[in-house]
Design a protein around this ligand. Structure first.
Ligand code: SF4
Length: 273
């Protein structure tokens, strides 16, 4: 018998519903509509299939760290960065991706922050969707998806969930809380902390911890978002003409950087000074 389909929640869905602190000006509900509800339409699917430069860099950086630790000798070899670049086929990428990755790999080679850590798990980043974790709120269930980059084992047995970052945006604490909620179900007997490490800035965040009541509040919020997302999908399917009412646009400066501006009739064409 196939798996029963359930509403789902994830950090990505949460961020599409509510912007991170400091990112408010970029928020537009219509982006969520395109990305989550109209994603199978051919022109939207084509946009979603294009890896943006920041996404490509994030994925290659994760893969680079994975390849260094798949054979730690690469961190000693003089041509270790070149070896990993070759594995990742960076010569086939754009100048921008190649240059930034070359810098990221060199920085990691010079300061391999995971080398002396006990690595419990390290993903390559291209494994596809993680197994969902089934959570309940009252009589309703939903699937939580949490793709964890890396789990370290601290000397006192604490699980340390680490998310590898690139770029210059600030860490979003909500992502850490989602990981800690996932860990509380995957490893219920173990204490867990979460943190972020930016591979381009060589900057480690403060560790994030959560109490049981904080995790419960996150579970309730994610259950609410999963239900609301389902409701929006149903509303749209019943009446596609109401797309802009269900997912209100927020045109402005952000349209210039929105991947959907090619198909969005509300995209701001010119921004007055
Ligand atoms: S182009 Fe502008 S209005 Fe349209 S989805 Fe993107 S940000 Fe929203």
């Amino acid at each position: 018998m196939g798996k029963i389909w359930l509403p789902f929640a994830s950090y990505n869905l949460w961020s599409l519903f509510a912007p991170a602190v400091g990112q408010e000006r970029w928020h537009c509900d219509m982006k969520r509509g395109y990305a989550k509800v109209r994603k199978r339409e051919s022109d939207i699917a084509a946009i979603l299939a294009e890896d943006t430069v920041p996404q490509a860099i994030g994925l290659f950086a994760q893969q680079g760290v994975y390849e260094f630790h798949a054979d730690p000798q690469r961190l000693k070899d003089r041509d270790g960065v070149a070896q990993v670049s070759q594995i990742l086929k960076l010569d086939q990428e754009s100048d921008e991706v190649r240059d930034r990755l070359s810098r990221i790999l060199t920085l990691y080679y010079e300061n391999p922050v995971l080398l002396k850590k006990r690595i419990f798990s390290l993903s390559r980043g291209d494994e596809g969707f993680p197994e969902p974790i089934k959570l309940y709120l009252g009589n309703t269930a939903f699937n939580l998806f949490a793709a964890i980059d890396c789990i370290l084992l601290e000397p006192d047995g604490t699980l340390h969930i680490l998310d590898l970052k690139t770029g210059h945006s600030d860490f979003d604490e909500r992502q850490a809380f989602v990981y800690l909620l996932a860990a509380s179900y995957l490893f219920p007997r173990q204490r867990a902390i979460a943190s972020f490490y930016n591979l381009e800035l060589c900057k480690w965040s403060e560790p994030v911890t959560a109490t049981a009541s904080q995790l419960n509040a996150i579970r309730i919020e994610l259950a609410r978002l999963a239900q609301r997302h389902e409701m929006e999908k149903k509303q749209y399917r019943r009446n596609p003409a109401e797309f802009d009412r269900i997912f209100p646009p927020n045109p402005g400066f952000q349209c210039q950087h929105c991947p959907f501006n090619r198909v969005c009739q509300f995209a701001a064409q010119e921004i007055s000074a």
